[in-house]
Write a protein that binds this ligand. Structure first.
Ligand code: NAP
Length: 281
């Protein structure tokens, strides 16, 4: 068997087109405010892509770029100003932040209804309770990819490797919300290959290049590779793609899998935030 490829670029294009249609149907265009602290090159590239994609979808662009030495109180003041501004629909604080800043504390300055990254305690609480709210973009993108690949989730065994607040935990909650039986593995898991081989759906967000090999994958399983690592030969994921492709039933590539979905879901969340404001939900 050779895995079918779930094309994240194509799925993201569809989400973005639909998001642009929804944005155009609003009386006032939604506005996304991005806040970047410091000059980390990768973060700079991500924020630039997000802003460009927002404008292409008919979403207004407001950007604040603060020096890497900015005090936490000053970053908080910028977030408070954007929070109070009725003209701003969504606020994105680009992570990671410079080491002297406490990301979790700053994220909480964002009002839940403008939290288009879905990272506030309020929105994570709604997710944990299975109630509607703004969902974290990368995990929501994973679910959209599984749907696009025709992977049935109800009753399946989904194994999530990674338990970070940003990716692993919310993704496990979203899969649970879709009636999968969910196992969460992490660095203390004993015999990872035995756990992951039990998966119908395996989602890897480990942060270790190529850690998932064919020894971790049951024949025919759907494998979603969330990892992104820059190497001398280009971008690679957490899955050893060449090793796993002959065994898996479906596989997301790196690049061109989960990555494009993260931005698409951010735009969708921004329009959802605007629609919720109009409807008073
Ligand atoms: P993270 O905060 O470093 O979390 C990594 C998780 O993997 C932790 O839960 C850790 O376990 C677990 N882990 C580490 N080594 C392991 C091992 N040997 N076996 C099993 N589990 C192990 O990273 P993250 O923010 O979740 O990101 C994970 C990956 O996704 C990174 O490669 C990142 O670049 C990528 N990412 C991609 C996108 C995208 O848009 N495509 C977005 C965000 C992140 P413990 O909890 O026990 O430490």
């Amino acid at each position: 068997m050779t895995a079918s490829v779930i094309d994240g670029r194509a799925v993201a294009r569809g989400v973005r087109a639909e998001t642009a249609r929804r944005a155009a149907a609003l009386t006032a265009a939604p506005v996304l405010a991005t806040v970047l602290v410091g000059d980390d090159p990768a973060s700079g590239v991500y924020v630039a892509s997000k802003r460009k994609a927002a404008v292409a979808a008919g979403i207004g662009d407001v950007h604040r770029h603060l020096p890497g030495t900015t005090a936490e109180s000053e970053v908080a003041a910028v977030l408070d100003e954007l929070a109070a501004d009725d003209g701003i629909t969504g606020i994105l604080l680009q992570l990671p932040l410079p080491g002297h800043l406490e990301a979790a504390r700053l994220v909480e300055r964002i009002p839940p209804e403008k939290d288009v990254d879905g990272l506030t305690i309020h929105n994570q609480g709604l997710l944990a309770r299975g109630e509607p709210g703004l969902r974290p973009c990368t995990p929501a993108g994973v679910i959209a990819l599984l749907d696009a690949g025709g992977i049935g989730l109800a009753g399946s065994h989904a194994v999530v490797v990674g338990r970070s607040t940003l990716v692993g935990r919310p993704r496990a909650q979203l899969l649970l919300g879709r009636d999968a039986t969910v196992t969460v593995a992490h660095s203390r898991t004993r015999d990872l290959p035995a756990v992951t081989r039990a998966a119908d759906v395996l989602v890897a967000a480990v942060g270790v290049p190529g850690i998932i090999t064919r020894a971790h994958v049951a024949p025919g399983a759907a494998v979603i590779d969330v990892g992104i690592h820059r190497t001398a030969t280009g971008l690679v994921g957490d899955v050893d793609q060449a090793d796993v492709a002959p065994v898996a039933g479906a596989l997301t590539p790196v690049p061109g899998g989960v990555g494009p979905m993260t931005i698409a879901m951010l735009l969708a969340n921004t329009v959802t935030a605007a629609e919720s404001r109009v409807s008073g939900r």
